[in-house]
Design a protein around this ligand. Structure first.
Ligand code: XMP
Length: 530
């Protein structure tokens, strides 16, 4: 069994980052709502507990508190921001409603030599004080420590910026060690989980594979499993993992709606069916999708049709596999955390079927979600450890409706064929062009962008080629850089690269005589054009 750290979520935007940092330190950690029961805390078996930040104020009546069992469990506790304030309040200190919010960069002075900060600092002042460069984001602050606590750090604005009761191993920091702006954040969290909680670094992918394989076998026994394989990272890694566990008892269904990238079907079949020996049913449903999309130009209507037909095809195919008892999905941990009912006792309602666009319950299958404990970067590491190619695992995301939202207006097969080829040229050039060819560690423009693709514009413009006039379609190129896909910047691709892509598309894809580059950010534009 792994040692594990329990993170109680008080609603901060960055709670997930705490779990990721702890896992980066090689220690398994899970996020649960702050109002889990005392029973839950007692039975969980945490080696340490972290209380996250949150938007509430402990100075107001009915705001979140940690279960008292947290402080009675006999394990180290680390409070962060709101977590520090609730710890102070619950253990007999005082919190004052701050008149001025403190938001952003701050330098805190470490005081006393606590186990949490010992020898961790960014610089030392001329008087010999260790200083930390940190990220603050709070209104309230602790103005009286609970009995037994001593001062661990302070700033001018926030005299009690961190405190500790080292006997009970309770630590609390007003700043956010989980964000990268806090330069020593990783070192502090690593110190907490390793030295203070005593956890080993036992969270690694090779071990995880054998555990996950054993747990899948235990879960499904001799039953058969079906999985909708999309070629995306999550479903691909889930397929490879389940196949490792149960081999031939897994059948994947790969639905080609005719709106996939160039050679996607071939690539998926080669990878899974030929290389890994996974049973894959390849359904070419192009005609069915194109038939239903004919004459429809409204983006939302198109999305609905594609989603509906997808379910239809999947249902027909899975209906043929009469022995299947399980439906496998590539649900990952952020989906699980986000769909957990916040603030409701013990509720962890899971967003089912999110990957295959709402498969109806009439399938009568039990859900198998072997990635539900993993963050995206862990899913990628797992994929590589399972032998999937790096180029597949680190691909840009591709939307479920595929080229259907990249062909503006009515979708036609001929448009999809042109777009696929233009898109492939763009991606090939991004992969082949290095951001800095002289850099020690080369990075391609593909890896330097978060998502890049071509969009088909169903308008014709006039051009000349050779001696003749042309009157053909336009393709727009889109490349963005983003952390979370909620906001995005357009990528400043080099002009030579754009020029080369434009030349190649116009020369190689007959039917397109003009290429434009999209220089809109999100907001106000979205990443996809529809
Ligand atoms: P937007 O266009 O909203 O896209 O800025 C944000 C991210 O979401 C992806 N996207 C989708 N993914 N089904 C999906 O599976 C969809 O209908 C869909 N629409 C947008 C988009 O590719 C981008 O990564």
């Amino acid at each position: 069994m792994h040692s594990k750290i329990l993170i109680l979520d008080f609603g901060s935007q960055v709670t997930q980052l705490i779990a990721r940092r702890v896992r980066d330190a090689g220690v398994f950690s899970e996020v649960h709502p702050y109002d889990v029961s005392d029973e839950f805390i007692k039975n969980y078996g945490a080696a340490g507990i972290i209380l996250s930040g949150g938007p509430s104020s402990v100075t107001e009546g009915d705001t979140p508190r940690a279960p008292m069992a947290v402080y009675e469990a006999g394990v180290p506790v680390l409070g962060i921001c709101y977590g520090m304030q609730t710890m102070a309040e619950q253990l007999g200190g005082k919190v004052e409603n701050g008149l001025v919010r403190e938001f952003g960069y701050a330098e805190v002075r470490a005081r006393g030599h606590t186990a949490l900060f010992k020898e961790i600092n960014d610089f030392v002042t001329s008087e010999g004080h260790g200083m930390l460069k940190v990220w603050m984001s709070h209104g309230d602050k602790v103005n009286e420590m609970p009995p037994g606590f001593k001062l661990m750090a302070s700033t001018d604005n926030c005299p009690i910026a961190a405190m500790a009761d080292e006997e009970r191993r309770f630590y609390a920091v007003q700043f956010h060690p989980e964000v990268t702006h806090t330069l020593q954040g990783e070192a502090i969290l690593s110190r907490f989980v390793h030295e203070i909680c005593g956890c080993q670094s036992d969270w690694n992918m090779p071990d995880y594979i054998s555990e996950a394989v054993a747990s899948i076998r235990a879960q499904v026994g001799d039953d058969e499993v079906i999985l909708g394989l999309s070629g995306g990272v999550d479903s691909s890694v889930a397929a490879a993992l389940i196949h490792r566990a149960i081999g031939d008892k897994l059948t994947c269904v790969f639905v080609d709606h005719g709106l996939l990238r160039l050679d996607e079907g071939k690539m998926v079949m080669e990878m899974f069916a030929n290389n890994l020996g996974v049973k894959v049913i390849h359904v070419d449903a192009t005609a069915q999708f194109m038939g239903h999309l004919a004459g429809v130009s409204d983006p939302e209507a198109k999305r609905k049709i594609i989603g509906r037909e997808f379910v239809e095809v999947f249902q027909v195919e899975s209906g043929k596999l009469s022995n299947a008892k399980w439906l496998a999905q590539g649900t990952i941990y952020p989906d699980v955390i986000e769909s957990a009912g916040k603030g409701k006792k013990g509720s962890h309602t899971i967003k089912s079927h999110h990957n295959v666009g709402g498969l109806p319950d009439t399938l009568n299958l039990k859900l198998l979600e072997p990635l539900r404990e993993l963050f995206k970067d862990e899913v990628r590491k797992l994929g590589v450890a399972l032998g999937l190619p790096h180029s597949m695992i680190y691909r840009h995301p591709f939307p479920g409706p595929g080229l259907g939202v990249r062909i503006l207006g009515e979708v036609k097969k001929e448009f999809a064929d042109l777009l696929r080829r233009a898109d492939a040229i763009f991606i090939e050039e991004l992969r082949n062009t290095m951001v800095d060819p002289n850099a020690e560690k080369l990075q391609s423009w593909y890896d330097a962008t978060s998502q890049a693709f071509a969009v088909f514009l169903p308008v014709k413009s006039v051009g000349v080629m050779g001696d003749g006039r042309t009157y053909e379609y336009v393709v727009a190129l889109r490349a963005v850089q983003t952390q979370d896909f909620m906001t995005a910047h357009w990528a400043h691709l080099p002009h030579e690269l754009l020029g080369k892509v434009s030349n190649r598309i116009i020369n190689e894809v007959r039917g397109i005589n003009r290429v434009v580059y999209d220089i809109s950010g999100k907001p106000p534009a979205t990443i996809e054009w529809e």
